[in-house]
Design a protein around this ligand. Structure first.
Ligand SMILES: [Zn+2]
Length: 82
């Protein structure tokens, strides 16, 4: 026995737009936490200094690793064949 209440109460449609001045919410690229895009969030789009630093570190690290890898000849394994 289902009430016909659900289908008829469709009032929360598209009229809830500019009523509140809510900040834009972004998710921290590092941990996915919701970060309001406001001046107080000085680490945006990261949620904290930790996430910001960590991500930047990983970035630099990755780039460095790739660059180093390309320059490094992989001859150690081939050499051990003989
Ligand atoms: Zn975070």
């Amino acid at each position: 026995m289902a009430t016909a209440r659900d289908s008829s109460s469709r009032s929360t449609g598209a009229s809830v737009s500019v009523a509140k001045k809510s900040p834009r919410i972004v998710s921290c690229p590092r941990c996915g936490a919701a970060v309001p895009w406001v001046e107080e969030s000085s680490f945006r789009p990261f949620c904290s200094a930790y996430c910001k630093r960590d991500d930047l570190g990983a970035w630099a690290n990755d780039q460095y690793r790739i660059a180093a890898k390309e320059e490094e000849p992989l001859s150690d394994e081939a050499d051990s064949e003989s």
